[in-house]
Design a protein around this ligand. Structure first.
Ligand code: F0G
Length: 421
């Protein structure tokens, strides 16, 4: 595809810095790094907004079609680097009129990131992450995953000719995601444990085994994912919504959205920023628990469990980033039950034509609960992020729907059935 590139010759180091979120120590971006070498905290990329704006003002950026790479100048990839892309991003912001009417919201939207190339928002991060892996000269990439990250990583690694090793929790990955990782040629390793244990293994083994980690602790993933927030503002005509509801698992995407909104606002590219509400499943809700109890430390959930397997995470690696993001936005986190998640999934599919996987319906479930509890005003402009496609998890969809009616192959039988139902 045709990717707009920044003017050649500009030194990337002058525009971006990789820093520790706690102590602020800067780290070399030309080497793999996921944690501060001084204090062990997470790393993030700081954009030199003035320099970026200057480059944007000299570009045709506003005319480019929506996509992750529309925002090339705001992504920390060298201007000469070859980009590995499959047209990720540019996903629809769908106005939900039926559900809006049902719940009394005048302006309710779903940002449907399930329409990305491999069916989830992970592709936004992965196009940047894999491009970075190649820039660094890595030969093998790895991740632990509840499913979508592994599917996306496998696809992009295949395109880039990299070896891909994915660790997944045994028996807890939706069928569609597993099929994707296998078809795209990853070495799929099923770990007798949960996601948190698999991620721990990845983090402990990657350096010794020469593997580049592309979980969301990798700050370059976040740089790709933040573009979803830029897109929402562009799709709303240059302003942010008042509320954004988003599922929280490992905490990377909610932090990425906040980063995108905050950068876009501070560069004057959009007006305002949303209050962000992070939604977790009741059986895997350590971040929601922090907000409910006012605690400043995370207490991991030892045995996380939920029908929304994508967010079946008890010890979110990015908890500090997401808690900071939710607080800075003026929002917070809450939990919803599996029943509420499945109800929202059905409502999105039936009334809006949006088939989301369970985790991708959690945001709407959270909005409905907030509304019931008077925590959100119906006159607000609200965006719910739907993170993954429903086809990823056919088992959950089929088990909660009524079975097809079986009839004889005659018109009479059809007529009889239609009259009876
Ligand atoms: N929604 C879906 C569909 C996901 O796959 C995930 C995470 C999330 C929401 C939560 O995002 O972790 O950034 O807070 N899936 C990861 C994976 C963990 O391995 O695919 P988060």
């Amino acid at each position: 595809m045709n990717i707009a590139v920044a003017p050649a010759g500009e030194a990337i180091v002058a525009q971006f810095e990789m820093r520790c979120i706690e102590c602020g120590r800067t780290h070399d971006m030309s080497r793999p790094a996921y944690a501060c070498t001084s204090c062990g905290n997470l790393l993030e990329i700081k954009v030199d907004e003035k320099a970026a704006l200057e480059r944007l003002s000299r570009s045709d950026f506003k005319k480019r079609p929506l996509s992750v790479w529309k925002y090339r100048e705001l992504i920390p990839i060298g201007p000469q680097t070859e980009v590995f892309s499959m047209s990720e991003g540019g996903t629809p912001l769908i106005r939900c009129q039926s559900l809006g009417r049902e719940y009394g919201f005048k302006k309710l939207y779903v940002k449907f990131d399930g329409t990305n190339p491999t069916g989830s928002f992970k592709d936004r991060g992965m196009t940047v992450g894999i491009t970075k892996a190649k820039e660094l000269g890595m030969k093998t990439v790895t991740c632990a995953s509840t499913g979508n990250t592994s599917a996306s990583l496998a696809a992009y690694a295949g395109r880039a000719g990299l070896r891909c090793v994915v660790l997944i929790p045994e028996g807890k990955v939706a069928l569609g995601k597993l099929a994707q990782a296998m078809m795209h040629g990853a070495l799929v390793v099923s770990v007798k444990g949960n996601f948190d244990q698999a991620l721990d293994m990845v983090m402990k083994s990657s350096a010794a085994l020469g593997m580049y980690v592309l979980n969301s602790v990798n700050p370059f993933r976040i740089e790709g994912q933040k573009t979803a927030a830029y897109e929402v503002c562009d799709q709303l005509g240059g302003k942010a919504p008042e509320y954004l509801y988003i599922p929280v698992g490992n905490g990377g995407n909610s932090a990425a959205y906040w980063k995108g909104f905050a950068e876009y606002e501070s560069m004057g590219l959009a007006a305002g920023h949303p209050i962000i509400r992070g939604i977790q499943a009741e059986g895997a809700a350590p971040v929601a628990h922090m907000f409910a109890t006012g605690s400043s430390e995370l207490t991991p959930v030892q045995k996380p469990d939920t029908v929304a397997t994508a967010i079946r995470i008890g010890n979110p690696a990015n908890w500090k980033k997401t808690v900071r993001a939710l607080k800075e936005s003026g929002g917070g986190a809450r939990s919803v039950s599996d029943k509420e998640i499945l109800g929202a999934q059905k409502a999105l599919a039936k009334h809006e034509g949006i088939f989301a996987e369970p985790a991708g319906a959690a945001a709407l479930a959270g909005l409905i609960k907030d509304l019931e509890e008077g925590l959100v005003d119906k006159s607000s402009e609200v965006v719910c992020v739907s993170t993954g496609h429903g086809l990823k998890d056919p088992d959950v969809a089929v088990t909660q729907s009524s079975k097809p009616k079986v009839i004889e192959a005659t018109l009479d039988a059809l007529k009889e059935l239609l009259e009876a139902s």
